[in-house]
Design a protein around this ligand. Structure first.
Ligand code: 13P
Ligand code: SF4
Length: 313
């Protein structure tokens, strides 16, 4: 079998994309070559809107499974493929649908209004009232009915940040992103010692101790405008390492600091990094692995997703 160069591979992917009438959507944490070939690169919220709007027949979703699943929920008639079917998410794993269902049953008298961070399975989405992303979480919580207690699942760190921003009490599921909880206040403070004038931007999945050090806490998409508009020349970026590719491309004038080795304030998500150009090529060629789910779950998961899209317009 002939070995493809990266240029051949890119050309083949573009040819397959045309042949399949496909769109390539990529999250900001994907490897550079995938971001560079994608039709759209963004955060979970932007990707959900793009998935909803597209008239392509096939969506090749380069991100993690819950993101591709979200695209399928709003596009039951389209084929949704993702390069690696094992690209999961520690937040999704921290909240199995059966556990949430049992918890809601045991606490039925509370009549919880359930808000689910989009980093969860279709089964969990089907059990909640509305979805949110890091880009609209505060807004979604502020729009929740005042006369019902809120249960926020699955990310306790994002939940704590939203409580601080909105002043609204919530009961929090104890899930966490295994990448963002690894950053420590000490490691970020140490990088700051070497760059005393640097601004710090962090993702809300970080712990409170780290978030308190940050000048801005925001979604990956908002990191682009923060870095572009910040008066600081040096910016310490506290999130997954894929973010640096887009930032360095779109905000070339700034010194974006990920630590002495690109690993102190930025770390790899092993799930995001499972996708490669080769796997993207193969999934477009073979139309597999495809995202599927029972129609009953899909319909129940669609309502809270559409509510979110409507509320964040
Ligand atoms: P964003 O929606 O901010 O891109 O976050 C997604 C994510 O998985 C962060 O770990
Ligand atoms: Fe999930 Fe964390 Fe990876 Fe984001 S970075 S996909 S929250 S494990």
């Amino acid at each position: 079998m002939a070995i493809l160069t990266s240029t051949d591979l890119r050309e083949e992917i573009l040819a397959l994309k045309k042949e399949r009438n496909a769109i390539i959507l990529a999250h900001n944490y994907q490897v550079g070559p995938i971001q560079d070939i994608a039709d759209y690169v963004g955060d979970s919220l932007g990707l959900a809107y793009r998935a909803k709007e597209t008239d392509a027949d096939v969506i090749a979703f380069c991100g993690v499974h819950f993101m591709a699943e979200t695209a399928k929920i709003v596009n039951p008639e389209k084929i949704v493929v993702l390069p690696d079917k094992d690209a999961g998410c520690s937040l999704e794993q921290s909240c199995p649908a059966e556990e949430l269902e049992a918890f809601l049953r045991e606490n039925a008298e509370k009549n919880y209004y359930v808000i689910a961070y989009i980093n969860c399975s279709a089964g969990v989405k089907a059990l909640c009232d509305v979805i949110c992303t890091s880009g609209n979480a505060v807004r979604i919580v502020e729009a929740a009915p005042a006369d019902r207690p809120i249960l926020f699942v699955p990310d306790q760190n994002l939940g704590e940040w939203v409580i601080a921003q909105s002043g609204r009490e919530m009961d929090l599921w104890q899930g966490a992103c295994y990448v963002h909880v690894e950053f420590t206040r000490e490691s970020i403070a140490k990088i700051r010692e070497d760059h005393p004038n640097a601004a710090v931007v962090a993702h809300p999945e970080c712990t409170t101790a780290v978030r308190l050090l940050a000048d801005e806490v925001c979604s990956t998409e908002k990191m682009i405008s923060f870095c572009r508009n910040s008066p600081s020349q040096d910016i310490i970026v506290v999130t997954e390492s894929g973010m640096l590719h887009r930032l360095r491309k779109e905000v070339p004038g700034k010194n974006l600091i990920a630590g002495p080795t690109d690993r102190c304030a930025c770390a790899d998500c092993r799930y995001m990094k499972m996708n490669t150009l080769e796997k993207l090529h193969d999934c477009l060629r073979d139309l597999t692995p495809q995202v599927t789910m029972p129609e009953e779950i899909r319909q129940r998961a669609e309502a809270p997703l559409l509510r979110m899209l409507e509320l964040s317009k």
